[in-house]
Design a protein around this ligand. Structure first.
Ligand code: 8YV
Length: 338
């Protein structure tokens, strides 16, 4: 009797023409509509699966894989993989992969867009106009802060942080960064960026962008004390992960004029957003779309599909997925973005 084909679970609707490549090798169980999967739903879906293609909507850890004896590969859509317990997967010999590189430039574009929106009060001004409050041209109305000639601070200088630094050259910005390890001199030169310590970054940045990975070590690293170091005229942009910022402390700083404005694409309790943030006018809020250009989202799916096919021992790269996640400590990368 012929061996049954491996079975893979595709946890969200993606691009059918790309996902179709899985059908050549596997029996595919495709979730037809966008859904928030809880732990029980993920565990149930993985029970019979040999592989899975998941997004940040699906947490895959010890509990979810406990009843999945056949599972051999989990391909994550995203460079950040804090939705995976990689140690638990590796302990079971399950290959985990992510999608770095293909989203770097798109995400850096969006970081810049959010920073500009916060500095120049773009969404606040639009709300003002749409609400019919624009009753006459006001020379001193809705004044913002300049980007050109200002100091950009980047916390987390991985691929996306470096992409933002490169863009800053076009705006004649002075670029400061802080990272868990200092970059080689040639990379610093290419980014025209100067390494400073954490406190100096917060004190000196006119516009601070967060692009660091999320992990236990970076949880609430931007807390009340860090925010208090910032200039009251400064802006804060977060395109990394919500849990990096203490949202209550941020709302407090924004409400009391200790920070001019913020722009957030990520939230600690996504898709819920802290009502204190929703009530503020000086914060730009977007629903985790930094990598969301059509071309990039397609490229992410293509890479994840390549990873899954290879990790399950099929296709031209059988056994060699293009972008595996290394065991902790074996490479420089960590769970969040970058
Ligand atoms: C994705 C992201 O949209 O890459 C990341 O880390 O946060 C985003 O690009 C997300 O991971 C989708 O699953």
């Amino acid at each position: 009797m012929a061996e049954p084909r491996p079975r893979v679970w595709v946890a969200q609707p993606l691009f059918d023409d790309i996902v179709a490549r899985l059908h050549a090798h596997f029996d595919v169980v495709q979730v037809p509509a966008v859904v928030e999967h809880d732990a029980a739903a993920v565990a149930d879906a993985l029970r019979e699966a040999d592989g899975a293609l998941v997004t940040l909507n699906e947490r895959v850890g010890e509990a979810e894989i406990a009843g999945a004896p056949r599972l051999r590969a989990v391909a994550n859509l995203g460079v950040g993989y804090n939705n995976l317990d990689v140690a638990a997967l590796h302990a079971r010999g399950i290959v985990a992969t992510n999608t770095p590189d293909v989203l770097t430039e798109t995400t850096a574009d969006f970081g810049f867009a959010l920073m500009m929106a916060a500095a120049r009060r773009v969404t606040e001004a639009e709300r003002h106009l749409r609400a019919g409050r624009w009753q006459g041209w006001n020379f001193k109305g809705l004044l913002g802060a300049d980007l050109h000639g200002s100091t950009l601070g980047i916390l987390g200088m991985g691929r996306i942080g470096q992409g933002i630094a490169r863009r800053a050259a076009g705006f004649d910005m002075r670029v400061l960064y802080h990272n868990r390890s200092r970059l080689p001199a040639d990379v610093e030169r290419a980014c025209n960026a100067r390494y400073v310590d954490f406190d100096a970054l917060f004190a000196q940045a006119d516009h601070l962008v967060l692009v660091l990975p999320y992990s236990a070590a970076s949880h609430h690293i931007v807390d009340a004390a860090a925010l208090a170091r910032m200039q009251p005229t400064a802006t804060l942009t977060n395109i990394a992960r919500g849990g990096i910022v203490d949202e209550a402390a941020l709302a407090d700083a924004l409400a009391h004029g200790r920070l001019a404005s913020a722009a957030l694409d990520v939230f600690e309790g996504e898709p819920a957003v802290d009502p204190r943030l929703l009530a503020l006018d000086n914060v730009v809020l977007t629903p985790h779309i930094a990598s969301g250009s059509l071309a990039t989202r397609r490229a992410m799916v293509a890479l994840a599909v390549d990873n899954l096919i290879a990790a399950l021992g099929a296709g031209p790269d059988a056994g060699r997925p293009p972008t595996p996640i290394a065991p902790a400590g074996r490479d420089a990368k960590r769970p969040g973005t970058a």
